[in-house]
Design a protein around this ligand. Structure first.
Ligand SMILES: [Zn+2]
Length: 100
């Protein structure tokens, strides 16, 4: 079988906890121990209060979809055409809810 043309994500020391979480089926995000802000992308300091008391936290799996991006063209060569968005199938969008 030919190798996929799908680009692989770049796992770095900074993003490894996120990818480790996906392997466990958990959304894991950086969380500020000082102000309680959960944020993404990962950073050494909280983007809200600039505290360095940042640790990774497993999300509960509950939440709501605040925003999304709709693709109208294939994202990379050889990929299937986009056929779904939360707007076209709100029931399926329930699978994308999360909360920390
Ligand atoms: Zn903070």
């Amino acid at each position: 079988m030919a190798a996929s043309a799908r680009p692989e994500p770049g796992v770095t020391a900074e993003t490894a906890p996120f990818w480790d979480g996906t392997a466990r089926g958990v959304l894991c995000l950086p969380h500020c121990g000082l102000c309680g802000t959960t944020f993404f992308p990962p950073a050494a300091r909280c983007p809200h209060c600039l505290s360095s008391r940042v640790a990774w936290k497993d999300c509960s799996g509950r939440g709501y979809l605040r925003s999304w991006t709709e693709l109208h063209v294939a994202p990379y060569s050889g990929s299937p055409s986009p056929s779904w968005s939360p707007r076209s199938n709100p029931a399926k969008a329930d699978r994308w809810r999360w909360q920390c």
